[in-house]
Design a protein around this ligand. Sequence first.
Ligand code: ATP
Ligand code: UDP
Ligand code: MG
Length: 485
Amino acid sequence: MTDLSTPPDTLPLWTATALAAATGGTWHGLQPDHTPSIARIISNTRQIQAQDAFLALIGERFDAHDFAQDAIAKGAVALIVSRLIPDVAVPQLLVDDTRLALGRAGAARRASFPALQTTALTGSSGKTTTKEMLGSILRAHSSSAEVLVTRGNLNNDLGVPMMLLELTPQHHYAVMELGANHLGEIGYTTTMVKPHVAGVLNIGTAHVGEFGGRAGIARAKSEIFLGLDRDGIAIIPAQGDFHDVIAEAAKSFRTIRFGGDASNSDVYASDIQLLPTSSIFTLNTPLSTDQQSITVHLPFAGAHNVENALAAAAFAQALNIPLTTIAAGLAEAQSTKGRLNFIKHSLTDTQLTLIDDTYNANPHSMRAAAQVLTAQVGARLMVLGDIGELGDSAASEHRLLGHDLAKLPLDAVFAVGQFAQDTTTDIQGSPVQTQAFTSKDQLFVALTQWLQQQRDAKQPQITILFKGSRSTQMETLITSLETFL
Ligand code: ATP
Ligand code: UDP
Ligand code: MG
């Protein structure tokens, strides 16, 4: 599976000279007749193995130089430091800034494989999902060992070079997820990755505060094209908020547009069927020289996942992957924890399905999740935590959400958090039962009571969907409920 890191024995070794050249550092304590060969550059002593170099990062609340002796005790053969550690038995590479040294080492490793087909994607949401879908397509085209996909969420200024450091001569493709917590971060990581295909998925509302508005988010994401090969291909949304800002940033490249329809797009869906746990649609690629449409059976529910699949297909098309392989890869893609996972519990008197969509939330995906819930049979309850990072529009966005939920065929909506009252305001008076809670403990009591009522009423099927922004940790309610059952 993709969750395994590259086996250390397959990694090309760093010589002391190559590492100094890559990072711009100077060796101290190097014995000319006994220079280390370094397999991995590791920043956490908990992961150190023999032949690793320990790179000491400095964070807001820690200075990993404090762990240097620990690293040596665990077998580190060298240190990469921004201040020399006294009395150590291994050579030290002194650099001006260890974070930048990590980036330079990652960039050097990437540059040592000029034939590697590299893709980079960013966006406000759907990055991890899309990258897994694209990884699945590429694995259907070649073998797993030839595809490096960002593991987990290693998408920032530290995670991206760490992933690049896992490249080996075996890899033909790399799929890199790039995230941004501040302006300039994607410019920094894309320059390291030097993608042949780079794209922006969407512009949402996340981190509005950090970027000074949504146009600022669009500009920050569009930095991904700064690293794109001059002959590379830009993947851009055909429609959606700020798609024009993204198109402007990509205008000097060949572009492939995804989403939208025949009038504005190069990779779009038609005949979309959103089923209870999956989706079926026709994938259309008018730019293809051979077959131009194919039926896709996507094992993901939700309209937003059809959009993610279209983005993955656009990347694959840029890499000249045949349409039949794209459809086969999408059919085999696996969902990631916390993104619309279906958990079934057969109870004595009822079939209970818990839908775990707790990884994160935004106004768009809240609605998509609600639609998924309406596609389920039987009693349906939506359990919501707050949507974070909405700035001044938080109260009005939650109220609008409730306004839309009130129109859906749901049995109940329970909301918890600072904006729970805003969510429930417009649901009150509708056929949908609703309640706002200030704590998850309170909500849990109501949740178990509601469940008991359904069971007393002999409901043969019950579905409860859980969702909220990451900070709300709504998954704890799933754990509590499963313990209670
Ligand atoms: P992060 O910024 O945390 O790395 P991400 O961009 O990698 O997030 P995913 O992990 O794929 O995104 O999905 C997170 C959540 O975003 C999903 O659970 C879903 O609610 C929502 N989401 C996924 N795809 C989309 C999309 N295309 N449009 C809007 N929301 C989406
Ligand atoms: N660290 C380390 N060894 C340890 C503990 C910490 O190398 O035993 C370093 C490492 O770089 C880590 C950082 O210090 O990322 C912060 O550690 P902490 O445990 O606070 O956070 P976490 O590892 O969970 O990010
Ligand atoms: Mg992610």
